[in-house]
Design a protein around this ligand. Structure first.
Ligand code: GDP
Ligand code: MG
Length: 166
């Protein structure tokens, strides 16, 4: 199996950290300028006769100039072409306007979206369920997976969930 997976989320939620954790090397950082690169392939994960191509999708997270609008359209089209979208959020920060803006744009995208609650190493276990309930109101997520990209907690579970959609 092989497929393309797009990673979206506002800045600093841990997109590069997750890719580093999955790919297992420090290659995901590269150029990370939002709005200037389009659909950069950040890494390819290969295991068990399966390949996942991770795309960082810049330009989805804020409305800016005319160029910004164009980038948003490009980003949206990318989201329509991939097998699954990983929507990363910062569980420690909680839900914010940036998350809502992204969710709004996902309204017209039929691709399965997996909500990834990152940085769970920074929250109390009791805080998880309320967060899930809150985010569930934003979009009908195909899956919801709490992880710590930094520590690697539950990242294998996330990959198992992704594989279901390839
Ligand atoms: P990006 O902008 O979405 O690519 O975010 P980065 O991957 O650059 O991460 C932003 C910051 O969050 C960095 O300082 C990371 O070390 C930190 N970070 C990422 N994932 C985790 C996590 O699971 N737990 C904690 N505590 N910090 C994290
Ligand atoms: Mg990054």
């Amino acid at each position: 199996k092989s497929g393309f997976v797009a990673i979206i989320g506002r800045p600093n939620v841990g997109k590069s950290t997750l890719m580093n954790q999955v790919i297992g090397q420090k290659i995901a950082i590269m150029s990370d300028k939002p709005q200037t690169t389009r659909n950069k392939i950040h890494g390819v994960y290969t295991a068990d006769n399966m390949q996942i191509v991770f795309l960082d999708t810049p330009g989805i997270h804020k409305r800016q100039s005319k160029l910004g609008d164009f980038m948003n359209m490009t980003a949206l089209n990318t989201l329509r072409e991939v097998e699954a979208v990983l929507f990363l959020v910062d569980a420690a920060d909680g839900m914010g306007g940036g998350d809502r803006f992204i969710a709004e744009q996902l309204k017209d995208v039929k691709t399965p979206v997996i909500l990834v609650l990152n940085k769970i190493d920074q929250i109390e276990p009791e805080a998880l369920l309320p967060l899930i309930e809150q985010y569930s109101k934003l979009h009908e997520f195909a899956e919801i997976v709490p992880i710590s990209a930094k520590l690697g907690n539950n990242v294998n579970t996330l990959l198992d969930q992704v594989k279901k959609y390839l």
